[in-house]
Design a protein around this ligand. Sequence first.
Ligand code: SF4
Length: 241
Amino acid sequence: MTDIPRILKALKRRFPNPGAMELGDPYRTVVGVALSARTRDEQVLKLLPGLFAAFPTMKALSVATVAEISGKIDTIGMFRQKARNLSGLAKLCVERYGGLVPSTMEELVELPGVGRKTASVVLACCFGTPSIAVDTHVHRVTNRLGWVKTKTPEKTETALLAIVPTKVMRLVNQVFVKLGRYVCLPGKPRCWTCPVQADCAFKKKNLVAPKDADAIVADAARREESLETSRLAVAYGKHRS
Ligand code: SF4
């Protein structure tokens, strides 16, 4: 039987940083995760200091026009749609929850632009509620490992909620997003540098390290360090409200 806590803890030792959008409070986190849909975390972390400087609170965001919000996020794809969503999200939070981010799945997924994945990140990171945010990385990696056999992220979430012990649920998104980004790539996985290779059921493992293996590993470490530096600047930077 798979020892899920042991595997998650082994991965946490390899990838100790929090998720890139764990931004310290519910307002920042819900905005960051909503903006990161189909956009690289690096791009989102780059624009967030300017966005939060202009709109340091949910209330400030709620009275901004869509054009004003668009002007702060126009470096990412679908920025007009995302600006409309942020505006609607902020207005709803002010009207219904006094400017706070709600703390249940049912309430969160009613906010414009917030799906189960975003809601699960907010619940796990900001409210300590057991939940598992499943994106394409988590879906792919947990299927390759053999933990689940599912066709969609939604089904993966349901399956994982049934098998992952509550006390380690929070680690699932943190470590599998990083494993998927740097090691268990969508095309050819880098099994030769995978810390959980011995626990993986994937039949087409890629175990031969390429000639530039050291450079690949160093590049991944640099990318992760840079992401963490950017995350800390947004979460604890001078614009914090
Ligand atoms: S051994 Fe390979 S396929 Fe399995 S989790 Fe690691 S990188 Fe992915």
